[in-house]
Design a protein around this ligand. Structure first.
Ligand code: HEM
Length: 426
């Protein structure tokens, strides 16, 4: 097999398949060979160029004109006619939001919508996160075991996301189903027989987003980032368009929710796999902010992102013609020895941990990063204080097969409730 530029494809490049268990379990380990020997390769199975080193990925993020983000929310696996017809029957038209918007439209929109993300604005959400974290832990603290994903980490970030966006609280289970369908539809490889069910869920999600937006337009002064966007639209209709609002109403729920739920589950798993580190954290919660960065670096919730090459160019000495699609494996960049010394070591005191690329980089860098950090810090504060004696239960971790959004579907932990610190305090 050959690359689109005519060079032969190495055997490992030919075998690369991000929907296999190897990538799902540990993306940076799965592409270690590439990071070390063939940092940019063409994957014939995917039809993408795969980029694995820190400096190359940063160079791509830095130039959003040559490397357009327009394919960030495209279906990575084209679906068949039947699924496409189902999506069309719902009027599905997810289009540009921010993350996949090109210049010159992107920057004015990003600036217009930034205020609700300032540190002062985010402070308003802190009490809600704290209260939710406490009340969810209350529900299971006497049980001695819990699936932290099902019993806490999925629902709280969803509740916070809905609150931040301004969506009245809705049926969580339905939204959970919708958002997984969106992930599979965008970054997964559903089997032909699954595609139709996924298309129905995504179509329903799209219509649901439209209805919520209509309701919000009746009360545009209510708090919420979407209402803020509706008010901005009145002043700048060409910057904040109808298509933007409808698309963001759907994509925003996933962007704010799944990423954060997965990031926290990955972090707790990683910490409990290193019991000594966990103990240090319990003894000195002042280490939590940097531990969060190190968890995002070592085992983040976005494993890879995408760009589209708009003109013939080169990255790391490799020719990439216009039209090339890029899978930039940010989780691999985060394990690059060229940037992080002893990169595989989990070190919560690492001084450049926050250089990780899990939130992207440059003009599209995650707008919600400080909201996500705040949530993760509060979860860890509550866990270290109330459940310092928890440990991982024996289990095999499973992941929703896809290139980008990554976190265990379940996370079982256990502890001796008789040793709960608050019983001693009582
Ligand atoms: C963009 C990751 C949480 C809102 C992004 C990008 C990534 C990302 C990789 C694309 C960056 C790029 O192209 O350079 C994450 C992770 C999160 C998280 C790992 C949690 C740990 C959130 C939250 C929100 C949010 C809580 C809140 C609403 C956004 C928005 C963009 C974005 C609006 C688009 C920014 C733009 O294109 O200008 N995020 N995100 N994210 N994220 Fe997040």
């Amino acid at each position: 097999e050959r690359t689109p530029t005519g060079c032969p494809v190495s055997q490992r490049a030919a075998e690369f398949d991000p929907f296999e268990d190897g990538y799902q379990q540990d993306p940076p380990e799965y592409v270690r060979w590439a990071r070390e020997q063939e940092p940019i390769f063409y994957s014939p199975k995917l039809g993408y160029w795969v980029i694995t080193r820190y400096d190359d990925i940063k160079a791509v993020f830095r130039d959003n004109l040559t490397f357009s983000p327009s394919n960030a929310l495209e279906k990575i696996t084209p679906t068949g006619d039947e699924a496409n017809a189902v999506l069309a029957s719902y009027g599905f038209a997810l289009n540009r939001t921010l993350v996949n918007e090109d210049e010159p439209a992107h920057m004015p929109r990003r600036r217009a919508l930034m205020d609700p993300f300032t540190p002062e604005a985010l402070k308003h959400h802190e009490p809600l996160v704290r209260e939710l974290a406490r009340s969810y832990v209350d529900r299971f603290i006497d049980d001695g075991k819990a699936d932290l994903v099902d019993q806490m980490l999925w629902e709280i970030p969803l509740t916070v996301a809905l609150h931040f966006l301004g969506v009245p609280e809705e049926d969580m289970d339905t939204l959970r189903k919708y958002s997984i369908a969106h992930t599979v539809n965008t970054w997964g490889r559903p089997k032909p027989e699954e595609q139709v069910a996924v298309a129905h869920a995504v179509g329903n999600f799209w219509q649901y987003a439209g209805k919520v937006l209509e309701k919000m337009r009746q009360d545009p002064d209510a708090p919420g980032w979407m209402q803020y966007g509706i008010r901005k639209q009145m002043q700048h209709p060409e910057v904040v368009t109808d298509s933007y609002l409808h698309s963001m109403m759907m994509a925003g729920i996933v962007a704010a929710h799944e990423t954060t739920a997965n990031a926290t589950a990955n972090a707790v798993k990683l910490l409990l796999q290193h019991p000594q580190v966990w103990q240090e954290l319990c003894e000195d919660p002042g280490l939590i902010p940097n531990a969060v960065e190190e968890c995002l670096r070592h085992n983040g919730s976005v494993a890879a992102w995408r760009r589209l090459v708009t003109k013939d160019t080169q990255v790391g000495g490799v020719d990439l013609p216009a039209g090339s699609r890029l899978l930039i494996v940010t989780s691999s960049a985060n394990h690059d020895e060229g940037h992080f010394s002893d990169a595989d070591l989990f070190d919560i005191r690492r001084d450049n941990a926050s250089d990780h690329l899990t939130f992207g980089y440059g003009s599209h860098q995650c707008m919600g990063k400080n909201l996500a950090r705040m949530e993760m810090q509060i979860f860890l504060e509550e866990f270290t204080r109330r459940l310092p004696h928890m440990r991982l239960s024996p289990q095999r971790f499973s992941y929703v097969p896809n290139t980008s959004f990554r976190g265990p579907e379940h996370l079982w932990v256990e502890w001796d409730p008789r040793a709960n610190p608050e019983r001693a305090d009582a």
